[in-house]
Every structure is written in structure tokens, then in C-alpha cells.
Design a protein around this ligand. Structure first.
Ligand SMILES: [Zn+2]
Length: 153
């Protein structure tokens, strides 16, 4: 009975007669040998390219900060009154298709919306966020967010 390589379909050759180990003689084939008794297939080690996942790591790392900033915004808005909370969240959704958790990456959304409010409201809001998030300002992303939010330009 002739065994065929499951990969390249060439006939397999038995290592030692009676050993039950059939190997593929095709040098460009990754299939090494088959253990007939167990059905176990051995293949040459393929160097798996290490996936560059630095971007993914930084995205994962940023997620808790997004939540932190989002909750801080939510909390501050609510403390200023449910109508302000509603107005800002509606504007975020309608103008930017966003929510408070997108604000870390897009501080300009919140900034633009606050600029349309009474100046005292945006000042209180910014101050309050700085107080809440100030203790997390050792995170670059949060510091940048606060800087951009209070940037007057
Ligand atoms: Zn083969």
C-alpha cells in the first residue's frame, strides 16, 4: 500500500522498513513524516513571524484611560445639572457620532461643544475635570487631554 503525503501528495517513503514512519522526500514540502501507528503527522517547524502588536498594546493600554476620562466627564456634567449633561451628550452624538468615552482621543469635540455654552459653564467644567483628572495627569494621554481642553487657541 502506498502512502501519500497529505501536503504535496507525493508518495511517502518508509524510514526503516517496518518502522511505520513514512516521510516525504520532497525537500520543498513542509511535511516531515507520518507515524502510521498513531496517525501523528510531523511537519517542519515553520518560523512564525512575530506579529507586530505594539499598536494593539497601546490601544489596550489606552482603554482604561478612555473610560476614566469618560466617567470624569459624565460625572462632572451630571454635577452641573441633568440638562447640561443631556445637552452635551446629545451634541456629542449628533455632531460627532461620539460619546464621552471618545473624548480622550478627541478633546476638540468637548471643547467645541463647551465653547457654545455660557462661558462660565465651560470654565467650571474644565476646572472640575482638571480637579478630577489632575491626579492622573502622570499619564501622558490624560495630560494631553487636559492641555488640549484648556488650550485657548
Ligand atoms: Zn510532501
Amino acid at each position: 500500500m502506498t502512502m501519500y503525503c497529505p501536503d504535496c501528495k507525493k508518495p511517502l517513503i518508509e524510514f526503516d522498513l517496518g518502522s511505520g514512519n513514512y516521510h516525504c522526500s520532497n525537500p520543498s514540502c513542509l511535511f516531515q513524516y507520518l507515524e502510521l501507528m498513531t496517525g501523528k503527522q510531523h511537519r517542519k517547524n515553520v518560523e512564525t513571524e512575530e506579529i507586530e502588536n505594539r499598536h494593539q498594546v497601546s490601544t489596550l493600554d489606552k482603554k482604561p484611560k478612555r473610560i476614566l476620562v469618560g466617567l470624569a466627564i459624565e460625572n462632572t456634567l451630571l454635577s452641573m445639572g441633568p440638562s447640561i449633561f443631556d445637552k452635551v451628550t446629545v451634541r456629542l452624538r449628533e455632531d460627532y457620532n461620539a460619546n464621552v468615552f471618545d473624548c480622550l482621543d478627541n478633546p476638540q469635540y468637548l471643547k467645541q461643544i463647551l465653547e457654545n455654552f455660557d462661558n462660565s459653564i465651560s470654565t467650571v467644567m474644565t476646572k472640575s475635570l482638571k480637579t478630577v483628572l489632575g491626579e492622573f495627569a502622570y499619564y501622558d494621554s490624560i495630560r494631553e487631554f487636559l492641555d488640549k481642553l484648556s488650550d485657548k487657541s
